[in-house]
Design a protein around this ligand. Structure first.
Ligand code: H2B
Length: 109
């Protein structure tokens, strides 16, 4: 479950089974503070910045990372704030990919 940072997101097939509550709990223990598990279906976190341009710069870095990983967050960008919602659309639930991406987003400098 740990060393999420050393893993890479994999193409997720439609038949993949979403993570169960126990697996979600185990993965979420390896994330930095601030992530919340919502209804066992997605994880979310809000990052605060001093202004819009800082929030936009962070959003762009997330975009580059998501493209590199082939896995993408839902992003809400506003003045001084970036709110993320991570889930795997193809399986309508959570996958290891979501936790890998979350860990790597928290590692963006
Ligand atoms: C074809 C492409 O790789 C897939 O559609 C990927 C793209 N990024 C994705 N991101 C997320 N969060 N969920 C997906 O199911 C997903 N599928």
């Amino acid at each position: 479950m740990n060393d999420l940072l050393s893993k890479k997101c994999i193409p997720c097939s439609i038949g993949a089974i979403p993570l169960n509550q126990e697996e979600i709990y185990d993965y979420s223990k390896n994330l930095k503070d601030g992530w919340q598990v919502i209804e066992g279906k997605y994880i979310e976190k809000t990052y605060k910045f001093k202004d819009f341009i800082e929030a936009l710069n962070f959003t762009n870095k997330i975009g580059e990372l998501a493209e590199k990983e082939g896995h993408h967050p839902d992003i809400y960008l506003s003045w001084g704030k970036v709110a993320l919602k991570l889930w795997t659309h193809k399986i309508k639930g959570l996958h290891e990919n979501d936790f890998i991406l979350a860990a790597k987003i928290d590692n963006i400098d």
